[in-house]
Design a protein around this ligand. Structure first.
Ligand code: C2O
Ligand code: CU
Ligand code: CU
Length: 444
């Protein structure tokens, strides 16, 4: 299975250029239109370590503004670091510099554009790539000796020119879903494996709206890591739901020769409650079962086993919230699209000038995110990872699905970094349509 190209830091630094550009990329017997970093989609994988200095020259060769966000990294959101308020005009180059703190946990993160109003289109068009943070955990023998694979899931629109990026208002409101599901840019690749080996799959949902309910025929998935790094101990499950923006790492232990389908099972992320108006392809949020890849196993050998401990420092310990905050995800009529819907947090659409959540540095807060709408929304907070209040040892997260008409409580330690940034729905059309708020974490 193809892996994106790899750019790794050496001697504590990595400097690279990402050129955002529309290109024709290989597709079946011909080509398709895509938005690329350095000519490919997904873009190159960035491999770094805690303590590194990462420098990225973002060249904008698109016909509209863009910028760059390092999703999930615990780096400053200010200045020329992970600042989503930066806007890079066509023809311009902007240099980002990130100091990766020593407290950055190892894990799988990703980069993508974050210029409000254009994010869904640019990410769906192909602008995304992985960031792997490595540390001493990755050197644990069982991890180092397993077969690591990076799987970036996307569902781009297929077409020959830029018009393929335009979707109707209904598709945007529901959250656009593309024409095909690709794994590292390829449709239904074959993953060749040997019985007795430990496969370790690290998956990014880089789709702008599509949810993946993942399952592998005749195999359990042994969950090893979530958005923010490794778990204290593996958890075995039959299937895993991966909402847009989320990542997971799991082990697979084949023992019998054969071919097994890696599937996205049917999932219904709800609708806007106007079923009759929902027309054709992808404009409602349900997906039917499809095959993402095939695992072809050779040989017959006893299954590899996973240790029962992974990261002894993963669990957060006692988190005592000093403040509670409630955020209501909602939908309203009107807004930026006349006659359409606006997507809101606490009844308001995004305004970058307004500060919505004012937080004291070095405190823990408990947030309740209430979804008042009949569709799911994956809630994402930049910079500060959190845990789920009802299962604090389920792993560090930066994105969590809030199912239709339900709520989720999270505990967030606002430690390590101060600054002003955003939280939002990671159905990127909803973010573009206003479901985003600002947060300022400051010393007081
Ligand atoms: Cu992956 Cu604010 O984004
Ligand atoms: Cu992010
Ligand atoms: Cu949403």
């Amino acid at each position: 299975m193809t892996q994106p190209s790899l750019l790794s830091s050496t001697d504590g630094k990595l400097e690279l250029t990402l050129r955002a550009e529309a290109k024709q990329v290989p597709w079946r017997d011909g080509t398709r239109f895509a938005l690329t970093y350095n000519g490919s989609t997904p873009g190159p994988t960035i491999e770094i370590r805690p303590g590194d200095k990462l420098t990225i020259h973002l060249e904008n060769a698109l016909e509209e503004k863009t910028n760059l966000h390092t999703h999930g990294l615990h780096v400053s959101p200010e200045g020329n670091a992970d600042n989503v308020f930066v806007s890079v005009s066509p023809g311009e180059t902007f240099t980002y510099e990130y100091d990766i703190p020593l407290s950055q946990r190892s894990g799988l993160f990703w980069y993508h554009p974050h210029a409000h109003g254009t994010v869904a289109k640019q990410v769906a068009g192909g602008l995304a790539g992985a960031i792997l943070v490595r540390d001493s955990l990755d050197a644990l023998p069982w991890l180092a000796q397993s077969t690591e694979r990076l799987l970036i899931l996307s569902d781009p629109p297929i077409g020959s020119d830029s018009r393929t990026l335009d979707v109707g208002g209904m598709d945007a409101m529901m959250g656009r879903q593309g024409d095909v599901v690709l794994l590292n840019g390829v449709q239904t690749p074959i993953i060749t494996s040997e019985a007795g080996s430990l496969e370790r799959w690290r998956i990014v949902n880089a789709s702008s709206s599509r949810y993946y309910r993942l399952g592998l025929a005749k195999h359990d998935l042994h969950l090893i890591g979530t958005d923010g790094g490794r778990l204290a101990a593996p958890r075995s499950v039959g299937e895993l739901l991966l909402a847009p923006g989320e990542r997971i790492e799991f082990g697979v232990t084949p023992d019998t020769a054969g071919t097994y389908e890696f599937q996205a099972l049917a999932y219904d992320r709800g609708s806007m409650g106007m079923g009759g108006m929902m027309g054709n392809r992808g404009s409602n949020g349900s997906t039917s079962e499809l095959t993402i890849a095939t695992m072809a196993v050779t040989g017959n050998r006893p299954a590899a086993h996973l240790p029962n401990q992974i990261d002894t420092e993963a669990n957060p310990g006692r988190l005592e919230p000093v403040a509670q905050r409630v955020l209501k995800l909602g939908m309203g009529m009107g807004g930026m699209m006349s006659g359409g819907m606006s997507f809101t947090i606490d009844g308001r659409v995004f305004d970058g000038e307004r500060t919505d959540s004012d937080v004291s540095f070095e405190t823990v807060e408990e947030w309740e995110i209430i979804n008042t709408t009949p569709m799911d929304h994956p809630f994402h907070l930049h910079v500060w990872p959190f845990v789920l209040a009802n299962d604090v040892n389920a792993g560090w997260k930066d994105t969590v699905n809030v199912p239709a008409n339900q709520s989720v409580r999270i505990l967030v330690p606002f430690a390590g970094l101060t600054g002003r940034t955003v939280y939002h729905c990671h159905i990127l059309d909803h973010e573009d349509l206003g479901m985003m708020g600002t947060i300022e974490v400051r010393q007081r």
